[in-house]
Design a protein around this ligand. Structure first.
Ligand code: DGL
Length: 270
């Protein structure tokens, strides 16, 4: 029994960590496509090709269920994958829906009609590809009415995190928050719509100020996955071993991952 977790690089480890804490008995196979990160500046076709290739690798590793712990892939590729690519008996889920269910005060899987919610002015921080897909606004419109969303494409942040340059990442976070605030001076909620950004959550919160509620995906995705597996226990696949796979340099990726999660993580070549 294993569940696959995919990201373009290291950001999905924030989701993996939360899932491993919430579901300690479920083996998890992580695939980070660090050789091809960042995805956020790629075309939708390119993101689709890379995401399907990585997802297939996770199916081959014994996972029947794969979580795209990458907003960019969830925004640019997931719907197309679900409509025409995912094989019979397999499932691929994204990370937008749990986040939006939390933002709109819903139970997991509640598909009732859209309604008014507390958050009225929402700042979305995400990669350029996620912002231009407008997938967040589309999913939100299914669940809430009267919410004003201002999106900020945070160029450079994922590259800086992948390179381990946290000083640059912090400076970029500040400048992206400033740019957002020029468009929306008083957001009441902010969504970190990229799984790399929880690694900079304190910096986002500090730049936004204490009155802005920051929504970050890792724990929300873990809770929603736990609920899903209670409803669909057969989706825990046949794999029995946890693993960390990368398309990048395993030594370099392992050392960054160990630094981020503050525990030893050893990646193997995918
Ligand atoms: N962690 C990915 C996301 O959630 C980063 C995408 C990228 O590689 O640019 O969007």
């Amino acid at each position: 029994m294993a569940v696959g977790i995919f990201d373009s690089g290291l950001g999905g480890l924030t989701v993996l960590d939360a899932v491993a804490t919430r579901l300690p008995d479920v083996p998890l196979v992580y695939y980070g496509d660090s050789a091809n990160a960042p995805y956020g500046v790629r075309t939708p076709d390119d993101i689709y090709d890379l995401t399907t290739r990585a997802t297939q690798r996770l199916f081959d590793a014994g996972c029947d269920l794969v979580i795209l712990a990458c907003n960019t892939a969830s925004a640019a590729a997931l719907r197309r994958m679900q409509e025409g690519w995912v094989p019979e008996g397999k499932r691929v889920l994204g990370v937008f829906v749990p986040l939006i269910e939390a933002l709109t005060e819903r139970q997991w899987g509640d598909n009732s009609p859209p309604r008014e919610v507390n958050a009225k002015h929402v700042a979305l921080f995400a990669t350029p590809a996620t912002v231009s897909s407008r997938a967040f606004q589309r999913e939100l419109a299914f669940r809430a009415i009267g919410v004003d969303v201002e999106a900020q494409a945070c160029g450079g942040v994922v590259d800086a995190i992948e390179d381990g340059d946290m000083i640059l990442a912090e400076a970029l976070v500040r400048s992206h928050v400033d740019a957002l605030k020029r468009k929306m001076p008083d957001p009441d909620a902010a969504v970190l719509g990229c799984t790399h950004y929880p690694l900079m959550e304190k910096e986002f919160q500090a730049a936004l100020g204490p009155d802005v509620k920051v929504f970050s995906q890792a724990n929300l995705v873990a809770e929603s996955l736990a609920d899903y597996l209670i409803r669909r226990p057969e989706m825990i696949g046949p794999g029995t071993e946890s693993a960390f796979l990368t398309s990048g340099d395993p030594g370099r990726v392992s050392s960054r991952a160990t630094q981020f999660l503050r525990r030893q993580i050893t990646f193997d070549a995918a």
